[in-house]
Design a protein around this ligand. Structure first.
Ligand code: C2O
Ligand code: CU
Ligand code: CU
Length: 461
């Protein structure tokens, strides 16, 4: 519903059975009955309210990833929407939620989230963020896309309509009955140090889904297309390339990052994408004959995971021009303006005698503020990683200043909200904490690492 005040959506979080693998029904947890959830289209600065009702068998939390959102609607991991039949017994303990038959105690089966969306045009995504249980909830289907549009983007005349393709790439594993398989739900895997722990690094699937369908084929014309790509996987990294059957590589022309348009396009032959990162790409099929098949391939995969999807060129299309310049509103923060320079380490360690993923040696604790930043301050953060960690900050976008002591990589261009730290690597990012005061998060967006402690509180005062 739309009024002068903004747009309002209602979403029911509900279990559905859907056919993902041909011939099988898979039980999913969904926003609004579909996986991915409904795609929301918004205009910059126009207020959006989303009323969520939880009909799932577990508590949930909704977070709009990349949104500049007041803390009260940012989806703090203990700010639960309880389902029918649940009560909170220990809101701040690991796994301290219990079932009850006492329906009378349930008060918040429904809640409204408010999003001002006063931010650059980009593709955001919403997903579950419940403490200790984010990874299995996303795995079961709690994720959807949310576009923010603005006049800057409109003025560029980029491909739109059926020439703009949102692509949520996410791997999943299925058991013999076609149900989602999530290894940490297997009680034989205890997670003790020294014990075989296949999920500690993060859960991988052998089936690559794009918008919920395995290895889809999309029919296109020989024109210019805009691909809005999200890596919605829990833990899988991809290196994407577009290649014809005879081995010709098509350039992936990056026009935007997590937080909106770049200043100018960057051409990639292949493009790494870590969990939660987004890329806004142009791909030009003109010059290829009708009948050509183009594979979107994953160079980091092997066997079936080396494929993502295919484009089949089935008709002639109008060629379009790639703009030479894009946006001139990218923030340029200078190192010399930084009120603080922080070193923050993302490393494995022990947590309650088990394997944990820690930030500066500590697992997540909702009652401990880890970083306090002043509203309006510019800060430089030096992030250090032991293994691959895609590090995400809530509320703000940042620029990448350096990587491994050198220049940022080509795909670090623009305004980001998630940076893929490679094994043993350090990187510097710079941001300005503007928007809202309150308690926010930063964390690793390998969803299993996040659940195993690699998350921290950022309070903006
Ligand atoms: Cu996708 Cu805390 O975020
Ligand atoms: Cu986020
Ligand atoms: Cu990690």
């Amino acid at each position: 519903a739309s009024t002068a005040e903004g747009d309002r959506y209602e979403m029911v979080q509900t279990e559905v059975d859907a056919e993902i693998i041909p011939g099988f029904q898979t039980r999913l947890w969904t926003y609004g009955g579909t996986f991915p959830g409904p795609t929301i289209e918004s205009r910059r600065g126009r207020h959006v309210t989303v009323a969520h009702r939880n009909e799932l068998p577990v508590p949930t939390v909704v977070h709009l990833h990349g949104g500049r959102t007041p803390a009260s609607s940012d989806g703090y991991p203990t700010d639960l929407v309880l389902p029918g039949g649940w009560t909170e017994t220990a809101p701040h303990g690991h796994g301290g939620h219990a079932m009850t038959d006492d329906l009378a105690v349930v008060t918040n089966v429904q809640r409204e989230y408010g999003f001002p969306l006063d931010q650059r045009a980009t593709m955001l995504w919403y997903h579950d963020h419940r403490m200790d249980f984010t990874a299995p909830a996303i795995w079961r289907g709690l994720a959807g896309l949310h576009f923010v549009r603005d006049d800057v983007e409109d003025a560029l005349g980029l491909p739109g309509g059926d020439h703009e393709l949102p692509l949520m790439i996410a791997d999943r594993a299925f058991d013999a009955e076609g149900q989602l398989a999530y290894p940490s739900l297997d009680p034989t895997l205890t997670g003790e140090i020294g014990v075989e722990e296949p999920f500690v690094a993060g859960v991988l699937g052998d089936v690559i889904l794009v918008n919920g369908a395995p290895w889809p084929v999309h029919e296109v014309d020989t024109g210019l297309y805009r691909l809005r790509i999200l890596n919605g996987s829990n833990a899988r990294h991809y290196e994407l390339e577009a290649v014809t059957e005879d081995g010709r590589k098509l350039p992936l022309v990056q026009i935007g990052a997590d937080q909106g348009l770049l200043a100018a396009p960057v051409r990639h032959e292949r493009l790494p994408i870590a969990p939660a990162e987004r890329y806004d790409l142009l791909i030009d099929f003109s010059g290829l004959p009708v009948g050509t098949k183009v594979r979107l391939a994953n160079r980091l995969g092997s066997g079936r995971t080396a494929d993502v999807m295919q484009f089949h060129l089935v008709r002639e299309g109008a060629s379009g021009a790639i703009p030479e310049t894009l946006a001139d509103d990218l923030p340029e923060w200078d190192r010399s303006a930084a009120a603080a320079v922080r070193d923050i380490a993302f490393r494995a360690g022990r947590m309650d005698g088990r394997h944990g993923w820690l930030i500066d040696g500590l697992p997540f604790d909702p009652n401990r503020i880890d970083v306090t930043a002043r509203l309006g301050d510019v800060e430089v953060w030096r992030l250090i990683a032991d293994v691959h960690h895609p590090v995400h900050l809530h509320l703000v976008g940042f620029r990448v200043l350096s990587r491994g002591g050198g220049e940022p990589l080509p795909h670090d261009a623009g305004l980001k909200d998630t940076i893929s730290l490679r094994p043993g690597e350090s990187a510097e990012i710079i941001t300005r904490f503007d928007g809202y005061r309150g308690r926010y998060l930063f964390h690793c967006h390998n969803a299993e690492h996040e659940d195993m402690g690699m998350m921290a509180n950022l309070e903006i005062v």
